[in-house]
Design a protein around this ligand. Structure first.
Ligand code: HPA
Length: 275
């Protein structure tokens, strides 16, 4: 696909969404594993199935819904992405971040993401939460590869501070007020869908990673390129490979994501009340 096709697809998708909503939110929240039930607690104004949005990819992961909501969360009008697109599903990082560009085009200034991650830093236990302070995206195909989308940002964007400081402070404050432990750390991206080997986890640890997962990084790159403020929180769903000696399983990941769900939801509600 050429650059102009991609950009015109972004325009078409954003125009479609604009035609469905009366007011455009300033924030987009992406729900990772465990946060799905949050949508039962928001005031939903509009619900748009992904399949109705021109050029939106379809989600293929069990347990990930595919719809875009416009809803009020703690009184704040927000887009909620229920389900996201992963490289391991077969999408390119450009496809996986298409929605981020659409949000940027709609004028959304803030992208808040949640995800599930394996804990590399053993100070973190499964079902605890980690604020992402920075990432290691060395294994991530850049969503910016190819002709630059000058409409959004520069060819060689700075990545010194991908995750917004002010928003991070608000998230830390929210956790403190609620008495919810919130670790801070570096998230390393792996392509998946296989979990890592113990040797890969040891290597990532040497590189400075605290947690590892298969999402978020490409989206954070596209969002920061588009000038959006980014915040992301990981739910540590398991000890990364080789740490506990037990094999990893998707059901363990889902179980711990669900266990943390009460805290993740409370934290998001508190955080949104500060926006
Ligand atoms: N590795 C990669 N992705 C993950 C993990 C993991 O251990 N846990 C949840 N998502």
């Amino acid at each position: 696909m050429t650059k102009s096709d991609y950009y015109s697809d972004v325009l078409e998708a954003s125009e479609y969404i604009r035609s469905k909503v009366t007011e455009i939110p300033d924030v987009c929240l992406v729900l990772g594993s465990g946060l799905g039930p949050l949508t039962d607690r928001v005031e939903t104004i509009t619900e748009i199935p992904y399949e109705d949005v021109p050029h939106f990819p379809k989600t293929t992961v069990a347990g990930h819904d595919g719809k875009l909501l416009v809803a009020k969360l703690s009184g704040v009008l927000t887009f909620i992405m229920k389900g996201r697109f992963h490289y391991y599903e077969g999408y390119s990082t450009q496809e996986a971040t298409f929605y981020v560009r659409v949000m940027a085009k709609l004028g959304v200034s803030t992208l808040v993401m949640t995800n599930a991650a394996g804990g590399i830093n053993t100070a973190m236990n499964p079902s605890e939460l980690m604020l992402i302070t920075d990432h290691i995206g060395l294994f991530c195909d850049s969503p910016l590869r190819g002709p630059n989308l000058d409409e959004f940002g520069p060819r060689f964007p700075d990545q010194t501070r991908v995750y917004d400081k002010v928003l991070s402070e608000k998230m830390i404050e929210s956790a403190e007020e609620l008495g919810i432990p919130l670790h801070k750390g570096v998230y390393a991206y792996t392509r998946g869908p296989q979990y890592e080997t113990p040797a890969e986890i040891r290597a990532l640890k040497v590189l400075g990673a605290d947690a590892v997962g298969m999402s978020t990084v490409a989206e954070a790159i596209a969002a920061s390129h588009s000038g959006m403020k980014v915040l992301a929180v990981s739910c540590i769903t398991n000890f990364a490979a080789g740490i506990s000696g037990q094999p990893l399983s998707h059901s363990e990941v889902m179980e711990n994501a669900n266990k943390s769900s009460k805290n993740s939801i409370a934290l998001m509600e508190k955080f949104f009340s500060k926006l």
